[in-house]
Design a protein around this ligand. Sequence first.
Ligand code: SF4
Length: 404
Amino acid sequence: MDTFEKLAALNQEMKVERAEEARLDSPPACPAFRPEPARGAAQPRPSAGGCDDPAEGFPITLAALPNGQRMPILKSLITSACERNCNYCCFRAGRDSRRVTFKPEEMAGAVVRLTEKGLIKGAFISSGIAGGGMRTQDKLIAFAEHLRLKLHYRGYLHLKLMPGAEYDQVLRAMQLADRVSVNLEGPNPRRLEALAPQKVFMEELLQPLRWVEQIRQSLPGRQGWNGRWPSSTTQFVVGAVGESDLELLNTTAYLNKTVRLARGYYSHFSPTPGTPFENLPECNPWREHRLYQASFLLRDYGFDVEELPFQNGGNLPLETDPKLAWARSNLLEAPLEVNRADRVQLLRIPGIGPKGALAILAARRKNRLRSLDDLKALGVIASRAAPFILLNGRRPPFQPGLFA
Ligand code: SF4
């Protein structure tokens, strides 16, 4: 097979591995390919993760940018062979599936050629583990070095850090990539063991993320390929081994604080035939969606984990936006006066995001805000905010049945 045939074969493998009932735009089951909307992107719809858009049969994904635009990127593996046996994974050792392997320079050439064809503007390259995490990381680094230094590629590059990568490898990857990531898979060692018995939570997975932040703090950003250090992310498998939303969000909040994670990604579990988890039920995609919403509340809206509206068992309600659920409990009887609330309070009001809060603060320096139309003009979803606010001392009109 030539390089493009191998890419297409890998893409086909991914399609086979999707759960039968999965919609075409749903995240694939394999963690190596989980969709990764970019930081600041609009909140994802359930199951709409920007999955493969197989231009010419290649594993090309539309990644969302902070400005709302979509960018096609190649998501691929240096090798789909793997010596580990994660219980949910389509590429686990011993599973009967077609494997493909690329030489580092071969993959680099493919990225450049697909870029020249106008099919992609970036690449996200991961790998199965073959010959240990360090050896596999060396191959990923060799690929990135060839791409940046020999082929002078200046597009977006997201490089995966392998379990067990060493400090020097993490540093080198950070000098070549725009984003690096480590899949924690589970929110803590106990859940990880149920998902991926051969992975070690602290030493193999969390430590590389800690090194990323240590490097960002201690070494000058000019060592990065474009003059700054890459962002870092992680991903969790959701709904396979009984972990709660509280566990997932506690770990996300911890990572936000300690290693300045750009964000966590949540991939609802979908069973893959031929794996130990093949008979487990698929996780409800709405759970993934609610986790994303809650993680944005932690990262961008000043919420603490304890404030989120967990139900018994530690999960968020599936049927309600967590911010709306919080507001129903806390603001319906005690609405906030928009002309006096500070930024933190404004961010608690449904329909008001970070931009809307700043716009309100700026506008009310000039005039008092008196109507929902005043808020609409500032980009606020006024109908959503209405049940929870006062405008110039008065409750604005709203339809109670829709919100309470
Ligand atoms: S390490 Fe685990 S998740 Fe990664 S490719 Fe191998 S089996 Fe799959």
